[in-house]
Design a protein. Sequence first.
Length: 221
Amino acid sequence: MFSTLDLSVIAPSLPFLWTGLQYSLKLTLVAMTGGIILGTFLALCRLSSSRVLAGAATAYVDLMRSIPLVMVILWFFLLIPLMTGNPVGAETSAMLTFTAFEAAYYSEIMRAGIQSVSRGQVAAGDALGLTYRQTMSYIVLPQAFRNMIPVLLTQTIILFQDTSLVYIIGAKDLLKAAEIAGKNYNRPIEMYIFVALCYFVLCISLSLVVKQLQKRVAIVR
């Protein structure tokens, strides 16, 4: 089987595949940044004494976590144009979808991180005359982020793997680039094998970075 593979088609396809990888990385970065920001807000709402905020945030998180990502991608891609009356490109739709979806998962990570900080830290902030917002901003959240960095990065690796799902709406990510290149050269198997290796190498490398970072964070703690 492997004797029939023609790996020579990979080299001329690299610029096109690089464009797809750039979009996959951009989508990962945007969704990670937006997801952490929105997820932190959701986590604070869930921990709020307000039943309305806590209930709304809990409903959002539970809804997103109970629906397959591929369904959310299709919903955003098909419903946003109907709601706005304007077409939304696949790339933009994917960024909105992943940010909204990943926020639910980052929210649970941040909630666990916030709860891992000793209540004595909050009491110390109160004793210093800090407001709830100041206590969270200057005392609790910095410690929560430090505690959760390895888990946040692990979730980001999963996010990078999931970006391949935008293939179904035609976004030009790494997998879509491999499909197009495979059709151009009539060598889809070679392209899919190469892209699978790219995902493997990138994810393994990032996992090793997370392990090293986890050791350093553990030493600091």
